[in-house]
Design a protein around this ligand. Sequence first.
Ligand SMILES: Cc1cc2nc3c(=O)[nH]c(=O)nc-3n(C[C@H](O)[C@H](O)[C@H](O)COP(=O)(O)OP(=O)(O)OC[C@H]3O[C@@H](n4cnc5c(N)ncnc54)[C@H](O)[C@@H]3O)c2cc1C
Length: 552
Amino acid sequence: MLDGEITPMSNQPSQCDAVIIGAGHNGLTCAAYLAAAGLKVIVLERRGVVGGAAVTEEFHPGFRNSVAAYTVSLLNPKIIRDLELARFGLRVIERRLSNFLPTADGRYLCTGVGRTASEVAKFSHNDAQRLDEYGARLDRVADVLRELVLQTPPNVVRGDWRSALPQLLQAARVGGRLRRLDLTMQRELLRLFATSAGDYLDGWFESDPIKAVYGFDGIVGNYASPYTPGSAYVLLHHVFGETNGKKGVWGHAIGGMGAITQAMAKAASARGVDIRVRSPVREIVIERGRACGAVIEGGDTIRARAVISNLNPKLLYQQMIPAGALAAEFRERVAQWRCGSGTFRMNVALSELPDFRCLPGKRLADHHTAGIILAPTLKYMEQAYFDARMGGWSRQPIVEMLIPSTLDDSLAPPGQHVASLFCQHVAPLLPGGESWDAHRNHVADLKIDTVNEHAPNFKAAVLGRQIMSPLDLERTFGLIGGDIFHGALQLDQLFSARPMLGYADYRGPIPGLYLCGSGTHPGGGVTGAPGHNSAREIIADFRRRRVPALRT
Ligand SMILES: Cc1cc2nc3c(=O)[nH]c(=O)nc-3n(C[C@H](O)[C@H](O)[C@H](O)COP(=O)(O)OP(=O)(O)OC[C@H]3O[C@@H](n4cnc5c(N)ncnc54)[C@H](O)[C@@H]3O)c2cc1C
C-alpha cells in the first residue's frame, strides 16, 4: 500500500470523514492523530512513495540516501511517543561530531559534545570562554519556543466576543510564557527575533570559524545574507530540536529520513488510515461554499466532511481552488507569500571517503560523521548570497556535506559511501528568465569542485550523482520555488501570521478546509508539529459538531 500498485478506485471507498492531500510527514502525522480519535481518514499522495521531503530513495544502483531532508533533530518527542515511532522501526543515533569546518588558512574547527571549547580555543581563548554562556542563553530562549511549538497561535479574528475570547485567552497564555523569562532573557528574545544572525554572533564572538558554524544555521533554508535582519530567528529555529533527549543536537535516522515517514505511515495504517499513493489531487470540491472533497487526476472524487491540505499554501490556493471561491484580498496575500529558500541539493555515490587536506586520512574518522561546512566565514556566506542575487549562483558556493553511510551501513555497499550535499544560496528563479534545466549540471560541477578543493580525492570518488535544482525540488516534491520550508521563516510569515493573519489556527477561509503542512505554525523542518496541531483543531471541530455529515 505504501509504495506499490494501486487498486482501482472503484474497489476503494470514496467517502470518509477526512481526506488529506499529501502524505508528507505532516500529512501522515495529522492522519494518525485523526484516526486515533476515531475518524475515517484517506490520504492521497501524488508520488509513488510517502514522506514528501523526508524520504529515502535509491538514487544510484545500490546507493540509497535521504534524498531531500537529511538530518533529524526537530522531530517533536511527543509525536515520537504518541505515534509509537520506535515500535514502528524508527531509531535515531547521534553523530560522533556535530560539525567540521575547514578554514581558509588550512586549519579546521570541530564542534561536538566535549570538543567545542578546546577546538574554539585554537582560534580565540575569549570565544572559548563565552561558549557556555552563549549556549545557556540560546537554550533558555529556545525553551520558550519549544513550549510554543505544539500550541495553536492566537488567531487574529474579527467578530463578536465569542470568537475573540478564545484567541485572547490563547494570547494571554503565550504572554504568560514570555513573562516567565527575566528581563535579560526578554531582551535576548527580542534581539533574536529582530536582528541578523551575523550581528548577533558578532556580539558574542571574535573568531570567524565558530561564527561560521553557528551562522550557517541562520542561512539554512533562508535565502538571505547572514547580516539580513531576521536571520537570527532562523538560527534559533534550528536549535529548538533535540536528539534522544539531548537539546540542540542533530542526529541520523537509521535507514535515512524515509525511516521516519515509513514509521509514521505504519502508525497511521495501524490506526486504520487508508493511504493511497500515485493519487495526485487536481482540485478541491467546493459545494455551497464548503470544502467537501478532492478530485484525483483522472476524475475519481473522494468526498469528505473535512478536507486537509499538506501542501504549500501557494500550491493549495493558487492551483487547487477555483479563484472565484477566494476573496480578492486573500488571493493577493497568497500571491505575496514568499517561497524560495535558495537551496540546491545533491546526492552522490562515493567509492571512498573524502581525504581532507586539513585533516588527512581516508579511513573513517569522527570528522567524516559530522555536518561538514564548506563556508569558512560569515563574509563568505554573504558574498555567496550577493553573487546569487546578481548571477544566479556563486563560484564560491556554500556547501554542507553529510556522509550518513559513516553511521549507517544500510545505505551503501560495503566500503563505499553516500553523501548529501546541501548547498545554500542559489537563486530560486534565475535572472533573465533562464531555466535551471540549462544550468543544473554546470552548478553541480561547481559544488563537486568546491568539495574537491578541500578533499582532492573527492571528484574521482564520485560514482554517480543526483541533482536537485530549485526547479527539480518543485517538480519532484511540489515545493514551490524549491522552498524547503513551504515559505520563508521571516517575521511576517511566522506564528499568528503563518500562513496569514486571521488563518493561523489551521482553518482555511472556506469552511471544511484545513491546513496541516509546513506553511503553518511552527513552519518547516521535520517536526510533525503542524500535523499534530492541525489534528487537534480538526478533532475539536468534529467534537463541537461544526463539521456536518456527508451529503450523499
Ligand atoms: C532539500 C531539503 C533539505 C532539507 N533538510 C532538512 C533537514 O535536514 N532536516 C529537517 O528537519 N528538515 C529539512 N528540510 C525541511 C523539511 O524536509 C520540510 O520542511 C518538511 O519535510 C515538509 O513536510 P510537510 O509534510 O509539511 O510537506 P512535504 O514534505 O512537502 O509533503 C507534501 C506532500 O504533498 C504531496 N503533494 C503535492 N502535491 C500534491 C497533489 N496535487 N496531490 C497529492 N499530493 C500532493 C507531495 O508529493 C508531498 O508528499 C529539508 C527540505 C528539503 C527540500
